[in-house]
Design a protein around this ligand. Structure first.
Ligand code: JHZ
Ligand code: ZN
Length: 406
């Protein structure tokens, strides 16, 4: 029997998505025979409320010198992180003399570049060397290591305590959450804050966006579960702020217990989560049904289009799409190729499903009848950019919150 990664209670998976490859493990032909698979099965801990996957591949298999996700590929996300940094500066740094902040999982510097430009002392922690190098090239101070209590101690010895620890779409990737929480508590000044955001469990459940479940996302957080997890280490949830990014995220603000007033937003989100049933095992049984229905509907539609001889192409070789294709049984027989702007993904095959990834030019020059929007979370930005596709008769397929043709 497995144990909860937060509170050590016994937990059991409520479903399995089957064998899954590394979500960002895009492959060359000669790597096909050695592709790695693991069992993707989520569980809910009814003791502390944490949603988690039972098995996660070791960190070095996912985050390394060939990491395929570069945060700055979306213009909207660049704007989002500029606003995130302004929020942190105005709320927590404005009165500090020579403030210092640390970001966990700083990727290509999409957030820290805003602090660097403002002359704020900062340190990015990014184990994936290739993306970290892009940040370094912009003058953003970055170290390539995994964060834990030991590293926190070293940072304090070398740079002193920290006014703010930031992280976006990273905290839910780290399995040893207790060591991270201890490390953060050790890093912070008495009035320091931890601000992080991640895809929100409440949105995943209500939209049945099961594609947020993949190897990197060892957890899907709610306010209930994070306040439990970080509360064990003296940190208190003082505010929350819902975000529209990644199909629905939540920003959490923590500080040492008693050091800040707790916003009424915290009580209301905790009540809302109860009302949604996020604390009940039945909710996940219903979610499981929703996943099965979604899979059937999507595969059914693709089979039908295939029979009609339509050309279907994928748009955005997202990490999320690895769960969709492998769980639903979607392959190159359904999808000719997936268009993606990330050079490191192009010319390779998608994990598990082995659909070729091609450049955006390939999409523009060889427009299909249908485009399956794997990057549904960027729909607004993409629809604006691809107006011509629709004008020329092309149709979008989406599967969140339901399978439909737009
Ligand atoms: P996107 C990643 O998830 C991985 P993914 C990670 N685990 C995580 O948590 C979140 O990000 C934060 C391409 N694209 O953002 C670029 C176009 O081709 O949904 C990307 O490959 N054209 C860290 O991978 C992909 O789509 C475009 O116009 O699910 C989008 O990936 C745009 C906007 C994107 O994240
Ligand atoms: Zn637990």
């Amino acid at each position: 029997m497995a144990k909860c990664r937060v509170c050590n209670s016994k937990i059991e998976p409520f479903m399995s998505f089957g064998k899954m490859p590394i979500a960002n493990g895009f492959l060359t032909l000669d790597q096909l025979s050695t592709e790695y698979f693991f069992e993707l099965s989520p569980a809910f801990c009814s003791h502390c409320g944490m949603f988690q996957i039972i098995e996660q591949p070791e960190a070095e298999k996912m985050f390394h010198e060939n990491y395929a996700f570069f945060s700055s590929t979306s213009k909207y996300m660049q704007k989002h992180f500029k606003e995130f940094s302004e929020y942190v500066r105005d709320s927590f740094l404005i009165d500090q003399i020579d403030p210092f902040l640390v970001e966990l999982g700083s990727n290509d510097g999409i957030m820290l570049r805003n602090f660097k430009e403002a002359g704020v002392r900062h340190l990015g922690i990014e184990p994936s060397v290739n993306v970290a190098n892009i940040a370094r090239d912009q003058g953003i101070t970055t170290i390539s290591e995994f964060f834990d209590l030991e590293l926190a101690k070293r940072i304090v010895r070398e740079h002193g305590h920290v006014d703010a620890v930031l992280s976006a779409n990273v905290m839910c990737h780290i399995p040893n959450i207790n060591s991270v929480a201890e490390g953060v508590a050790h890093l912070l000044k008495p009035a320091g804050v931890l601000v992080f955001e991640d895809p929100y469990l409440g949105d995943v459940i209500s939209k049945i966006s099961y594609d947020q479940i993949y190897d990197e996302h060892v957890f899907l957080f709610s306010a209930t579960s994070v306040s439990w997890a970080f509360g064990q280490h003296g940190l208190e949830l003082i505010d929350v702020s819902p975000q529209i990014t990644h199909g629905g995220s939540m920003r959490y603000i923590f500080a040492a217990k008693g050091s800040y007033p707790v916003s009424p937003n915290v009580t209301s989100i905790l009540e809302k989560e109860k009302a949604q049933g996020l604390d009940k095992a039945e909710t996940y049984e219903i979610f499981k049904q929703g996943c099965e229905n979604s899979r059937k509907a999507l595969l059914g539609l693709l089979e039908e289009l295939r029979r009609e001889g339509k050309r279907v192409v994928g748009y955005g070789a997202t990490s999320k799409s690895t769960t969709v294709t492998n769980y639903s049984g979607i392959g190159p027989e359904h999808i000719e190729f997936i268009s993606d702007t990330t050079p490191i993904k192009q010319g390779k095959l998608t994990p598990g499903a082995h659909i070729p990834v091609k450049s955006h030019e390939d999409f523009i020059n060889n427009k299909p009848d249908y485009a399956l929007l794997f990057a549904w979370n960027h729909a607004k930005e993409i629809f604006e950019k691809e107006e011509d596709f629709q004008k020329q008769g092309g149709k979008w397929i989406t599967f969140v919150p339901r399978v439909e043709i737009i």
